[in-house]
Structures are given as C-alpha cells and as structure tokens.
Design a binder for this molecule. Structure first.
Ligand SMILES: Cc1cc2nc3c(=O)[nH]c(=O)nc-3n(C[C@H](O)[C@H](O)[C@H](O)COP(=O)(O)OP(=O)(O)OC[C@H]3O[C@@H](n4cnc5c(N)ncnc54)[C@H](O)[C@@H]3O)c2cc1C
Length: 420
C-alpha cells in the first residue's frame, strides 16, 4: 500500500503539497474545515504577487527606530492592539533582532531566493494543469515611487536583490506614465521587475488546485485537526474535533493556525498572525495595467478578475480579535491619491472588505522540515508575506521529504527549530 498522507490545511501550500505528494505516488487526504479557496485562508485574499524578488524580510535595519512613530500613526501601515502587546512582545523583539543588521537581511534573502526564484513558471504550470491558465500572468510587477530619491532610499533592499540575481528596469516619469496611464502624476519613478508575475484570482486558483488534486485521487475531509496520535515516534493518525484520520504521515500547512499543531508535535514555533486587509473595488473606473507596489502608501494595487484589489496593512492583534475595518478604510482612502480618476466615495455594494492572517515568523522565513515528535510529520507553514509565491517550491520540497528524497533546495535556513 502507498504511504497515506494527511495534508492539514488546504490553502495554497496545502493544496499544492497534496498535488506534489500525489505525483510522488503517495495516497493523500486533504483536511480543512473551510471551503477550498475560501475566505478563511490567507491564500484567498492576498495581493496575488508572484514576486520571485520578494527576498527582503519585513524587518529592516533601524526598524526599531521607526516602530514607535509607525505605531502611533492611526492612518499608518502598522497597528498593534495594546491589549495584545504583552503576548506579542517576544515575537516583536525577535522580529526587530532579525533585521538588526544588513548581514542578517542578506542571509534571509540568500535563503529565500531559491524558494522563490522560478515561482512564476511553477505557478503557470500548475494553473495550466488545473485548467485555469488564465489566472496566472507573467508580465512583471511594478514598484512606483514619488521620485528617484525615494527609490534610492530603498537602496539596501535593491542592492541585496541585485546580489541575488534580481534584474529590473528603471522607468523615468515619461516611461512610467506610458506604462500606467491611470497613475497619479506625483509618481515620477518606477521599477519594473520583468521576471515576476501575478495571480488574477487567488481564491479561485486555490479552489482549482484542490479540485485538480481531487481528480488526481485526493480525498477531502471537512474537519479541523487538533493533534496527533503518535506511538514510539511513528504517526498513527491525525486527531480532529470529533474523529481521527488514520495515516502514515501528515503535513502541517494550516497557515497562521499551525503554531498550535506544531506544539502538539513538540515544537514551540514563534508564529504570529500579521493581520492584513484588502478592499476590492468592483467595476473600477480605471485599472492599472500591472500590479503596483505603491511605496509611499505601503500597499499593493492589483488588477484582479473581480475588480481592483488594494491590499496591505499589518495589524498585530492575534488570531481571535474582531476585524478593525478602519484599516481597510485606510487602504480605500489612499485610492484617489494613486488613481485620480477613482471617486472619493464608492457605493457600499461596490466595495468588498476582507481580513486575513499572514502566518509570520520573526525572521520572514517559513518552517519547512520534520517535527520533533515524529519524522512522519512534515511542516510547511510560516510563509508570512510570501506564501502564495513560495507555495509551489515549498510543496515540491514537502513531497520530497515525505518520499525520503533529498530536498532540491537547502533547508537549513527553514529549520523549524532555528529559534530554540
Ligand atoms: C493582505 C495580504 C496580502 C498578501 N499578499 C501576498 C502576495 O501578494 N503574494 C504572496 O506570495 N503572499 C501574500 N500574502 C501572504 C499569503 O497570502 C500567505 O502567506 C499564504 O496565503 C499562506 O498560505 P497557507 O497555505 O500557508 O495558509 P492559508 O492560506 O491561511 O491556509 C491555511 C488553511 O488551513 C486551514 N486550517 C486552519 N487550521 C486548521 C486545522 N486545525 N485543521 C485543518 N485545517 C486548518 C484553514 O481553514 C485554511 O484553509 C498576503 C497576505 C495578506 C494577508
């Protein structure tokens, strides 16, 4: 009998891990209490960036100096709920430490680049096989800045990207506005990264990937995993709320909810939800040609199948706190200053707000590797801001670990026990 693997969580990482495990000849059950491609998953509502150049972790040198000002700014891109601060403090201290020096950031970039480098091509292939080729585009991604000086203020990040093989085109104001006619004239400089791509509907993409996994033979179980039944180091079953699913191996790919499951497998992982928001404007008056990272507003505006999606914000408030929709309003309110043809007010039925949980480690690297309690349990979680783009390579590596093959990229930087 083939080894039976239960994949816990059917976001981008779990769905593609299921596909890769099936391709490796394993028997697969996908376990998730939510709908495939549903709003409960971060994979539903992200900005769709397949940014193979996103190798810079969120914490940069000197972030601690800017942190108090950022937190105090009610309209800024970062918020911390004060009642959650005591719980978040250890994670925040590690986060600041991980970006303390340029050398630490460069080390993370070197680790992330092999995970991301050919992600647009991998996702293009997956979308084709899943019957949704139209959802992946490979026309590049654009960073827009008010001026060249603002781009130069980001020199550390771009230098590290260049050292890792990222190439880009610099657009002066004329070239930028030829490319993006709807963009506000106050943006005078652009950086086009041609190797990158984007997904035009991440929720529909994940739903199609799960459907494809099922055509390959995956079973679907609608249940929430709560732990593991392990005997003498060998996994017997995944425990769920009301039942157990017998299996020989498991993958923990439950996004921001993976921390509790890892604890059940004897690993204490500093995983925090970096809560993010999006607003989709249906039938917008104008659309950008390419997804834009708008540097001064710290948000991404992506042309999606469903409308114009503007995504961003980091809110540290834990998994359980109610959404603070003012954070989505901040994103919406930036829109006319980016695309002047958009109105200041939209009818409520043209706007869709969403909150999601980025599964974030303090150093911006995912956890990929075996659990302490049993090498039958493989982790694939903690991708923070790069979980859509990083899911394709992660899934291949997860399948290699499950099959006893050597992983195709170095895994030491993603060791789940590196924080110990
Ligand atoms: C606003 C925003 C913008 C973003 N933009 C980008 C971007 O442009 N590009 C990019 O690459 N990344 C982006 N990200 C990050 C990316 O969305 C995440 O890193 C990625 O989706 C994580 O995927 P995942 O499969 O690990 O987790 P998820 O997509 O969260 O899926 C986890 C699944 O596990 C299930 N689950 C949870 N607990 C259990 C349990 N106990 N048992 C069974 N199932 C369980 C959930 O129901 C869910 O379906 C963004 C995130 C946000 C919030």
């Amino acid at each position: 009998m083939n080894r039976h693997v239960v994949v816990i969580g059917a976001g981008a990482v779990g769905a593609i891990s299921a596909i890769e495990a099936l391709r490796a000849g394993l028997r697969v059950t996908l376990l998730d209490p939510g709908l495939p491609g549903g709003e409960q998953a971060a994979s539903y509502g992200n900005a769709g960036w397949l940014s193979s150049h996103s190798v810079i972790p969120p914490a940069e040198p000197g972030v601690w100096r800017r942190l108090p000002r950022l937190i105090m700014d009610p309209l800024g891109p970062l918020a911390i709920r004060w009642n959650y601060l005591p719980q978040a403090t250890p994670w925040l201290l590690r986060y600041i430490a991980s970006g303390w020096t340029a050398a630490r950031i460069a080390a993370t970039a070197r680790a992330l680049r092999p995970l991301l480098v050919d992600a647009p091509a991998l996702h293009e292939g997956l979308a084709r096989q899943a019957g949704v080729p139209q959802l992946i585009e490979r026309r590049g991604l654009l960073h827009v800045y008010p001026s060249r000086a603002d781009f130069e203020a980001d020199a550390l990040a771009w230098t590290i990207r260049r050292d890792n093989g990222v190439r880009w085109l610099e657009l002066d104001a004329a070239a930028l506005h030829r490319q993006e006619r709807a963009l506000h004239p106050r943006y005078q400089f652009g950086v086009l990264v041609p190797e990158a791509g984007h997904c035009r509907n991440p929720g529909a993409y994940v739903a199609a990937l799960v459907a494809y996994a099922r055509t390959l033979g995956a079973q679907w179980v609608s249940a929430r995993a709560t732990g593991f039944h392990i005997e003498r180091g060998r996994l017997q079953a995944v425990r769920c709320d009301d039942t157990e699913v017998a299996c020989d191996a498991a993958v923990v790919a439950a996004g921001a909810h993976s921390k509790a499951l890892a604890a059940r497998a004897q690993d204490r992982v500093p995983l925090e939800s970096e809560r993010g928001y999006h607003v989709v404007v249906e039938s917008p008056e104008v659309m950008p040609q390419l997804p834009l990272m708008v540097s001064d507003c710290k948000l991404i505006a992506t042309p999606m199948e469903t409308g114009l999606r503007v995504a961003g914000q980091v809110e540290i408030a834990g998994l359980g706190a109610a959404p603070d929709w003012r954070r989505a309003d901040i994103l919406r309110d930036h829109l006319p200053s980016i695309f002047p043809a958009l109105p200041r007010e939209f009818p409520r039925d043209r706007l869709h707000n969403w909150l999601g949980h980025r599964p974030s480690t303090p150093d911006g690297r995912p956890c990929i590797g075996f659990a302490r309690a049993s090498s039958d349990i493989v982790y694939g979680f903690g991708h923070g801001h790069v979980g859509l783009v990083g899911s394709a390579r992660t899934a291949r590596v997860v399948a290699q670990l499950l099959s006893g093959c050597a992983p195709e990229i170095p895994l030491a930087p993603f060791d789940p026990r590196r924080f110990a």
